[in-house]
Design a protein around this ligand. Sequence first.
Ligand SMILES: Nc1ncnc2c1ncn2[C@@H]1O[C@H](COP(=O)(O)OP(=O)(O)OP(=O)(O)O)[C@@H](O)[C@H]1O
Length: 128
Amino acid sequence: MTKLISVSNESEIKREELFDLNTRAWNGEEKKLKNACNFIYDGISSLYYRTTEATAHDIAVQVERLTIKQRSHFDAIVDCISTGNRNQSNLFFIDAPTGRGKTFLIDFIIKSLRRNNNKMLISSYGIK
Ligand SMILES: Nc1ncnc2c1ncn2[C@@H]1O[C@H](COP(=O)(O)OP(=O)(O)OP(=O)(O)O)[C@@H](O)[C@H]1O
């Protein structure tokens, strides 16, 4: 199960339940984790539904548009998900100041993974 969570900065994460959620997930406490997943599910956004289908050609062209940092995060996240290593956490926090391309990156990750028939639970949780 993959959760992509878009937030604005670290101090906001610490203020909000997301920080607690991360701790629970890393501790691997199943019951609490289930609650955390419910919390994520409640926050599910329209991002997934807004994401359009992309052809393999679209993906190949768009990956060239990613900035160096976006590309580095893209490669790490897609690799982790595609490999499906259960010893690794598949909880990713994508954190950057406003307007730095978090949503753009997440949208592209979703498109790429959907092309490869990955099953995902996606939650984009913006704290304003
Ligand atoms: N690699 C890129 N190539 C072209 N345009 C990009 C790229 N990355 C981001 N953008 C564009 O930059 C703008 C800001 O990006 P985005 O909305 O993803 O930022 P954000 O970090 O999610 O912002 P916020 O925190 O305010 O929601 C958008 O118009 C987006 O399309």
